[in-house]
Design a protein around this ligand. Sequence first.
Ligand SMILES: Nc1ncnc2c1ncn2[C@@H]1O[C@H](COP(=O)(O)OP(=O)(O)O)[C@@H](O)[C@H]1O
Ligand SMILES: [Mg+2]
Length: 122
Amino acid sequence: MLSLRDLKLSFDGSQVLDDINLDVKKGEVVKLIGPSGTGKTSLIRCINLLERPDSGFISLGGLDYDYSRISKKEALNLRRKTAMVFQQYNLFKNKTAIENVMDAQMVVQKKSRKEAYEKSMQ
Ligand SMILES: Nc1ncnc2c1ncn2[C@@H]1O[C@H](COP(=O)(O)OP(=O)(O)O)[C@@H](O)[C@H]1O
Ligand SMILES: [Mg+2]
């Protein structure tokens, strides 16, 4: 379902991720564990391009992308196929719990209100 190949990321010349390879099969649950500051969050942020890797490849849902030359359209595709819950997450305070769950489905995935509601209730 997800493959990363030779992913590299540096901040200001300091190499944080060096040739990371990872394969995740559909249905698999994978934990990244390690001491603070070793790059777990950065790796996850690279998958949906919250960080831009210096180089490397990702295959997601049958499509292949080259991080060193990824188009805006490809970046959008990657983001549509991924979801991230932040360590410090924020909910929209002016919305109910169910509306918070529905929101991204309508805005990002362009689902109808009805479809998003039914999925959220599930
Ligand atoms: N935006 C950033 N700019 C510069 N350095 C960063 C940035 N984000 C993370 N780092 C550095 O990258 C390294 C990995 O951080 P991080 O991915 O947050 O590790 P972890 O999630 O494993 O604790 C740390 O040395 C951190 O200081
Ligand atoms: Mg972290």
